[in-house]
Design a protein around this ligand. Structure first.
Ligand code: ZN
Length: 230
């Protein structure tokens, strides 16, 4: 699963040449939509590409779900995907990838994707989009501060976003962030292991502005870091 890049090192002042193997991890970012398309997608993809470059991860950003099968990667990011975007072959490939140790990162309307795919909803997303109010400022409570996606945050985090309501409270997950408004107290970011793989989900990322918030970018960076770590 790990791409290997051969780097030839020429040592200054020395006639010998050493070859070392350096593993480079790959992040595949899918932003295909079959339903609502967020105008923040391009901004979000660019932000994730920047994070990948900073971390030394190879990044493949695509709108084409068949690329899930074509490439090898360590983490797949569903960045504001919507609707029924995967065919049966792609679904089976993604299931096998995650269960065999791959990482999944779902952002915002990833929870509004593949709603008919029971395994995905029950084991990977763990909750499905059920609605939202208008974009508003809300206090986010950081309930788990040991996780790479939250370690940079204080106990509370005030930010503006479109806050989802889900069809259920996710079960058998590690809750990272919660919110509370008229629609009740609920998790807004969580993670879990899926057999040998990992799944991280965060509900933020609706607005273009979210993708220039340093704390949100660090949250995403931490989520991918957690998912990419074997
Ligand atoms: Zn949205």
């Amino acid at each position: 699963m790990v791409r290997c890049v051969i780097l030839a090192l020429f040592l200054a002042g020395c006639s010998s040449q050493e070859t070392v193997l350096v593993s480079q991890q790959t992040v595949l970012v899918l932003s295909k939509t079959a339903g609502w398309r967020h105008d923040s997608i391009e901004t979000g993809v660019a932000a994730v590409q920047t994070v990948c470059a900073q971390e030394g991860w190879h990044c493949i950003a695509t709108e084409d779900s068949s690329q899930l099968i074509v490439h090898e990667y360590d983490v797949v990011v569903f960045l504001s995907t919507t609707g029924d975007i995967l065919n049966d072959v792609e679904q089976n490939h993604l299931k096998k990838f995650i269960e065999n140790g791959g990482g999944f990162v779902g952002i915002h309307s990833a929870a509004n994707t593949e709603e008919e795919w029971k395994w995905f909803n029950e084991n990977v997303l763990c909750a499905v989009f059920a609605g939202h109010e208008a974009v508003k400022s809300l206090r986010v409570d950081v309930v788990e501060r040991e996780h790479p996606s939250t370690a940079h945050l204080e106990e509370t985090w005030l930010r503006v976003d479109e806050w989802y309501i889900y069809d259920r409270i996710p079960q058998n997950v590690e809750v990272l962030l919660t919110i509370e408004d008229n629609d009740g107290l609920r998790p807004i970011a969580w993670c879990r292991e899926v057999k040998d793989g990992k799944s991280f989900y965060t509900g933020g990322g609706h607005t273009k502005d979210a993708w220039s918030e340093p704390l949100f970018i660090e949250h995403i960076r931490g989520g991918i870091t957690w998912a990419i770590t074997p």
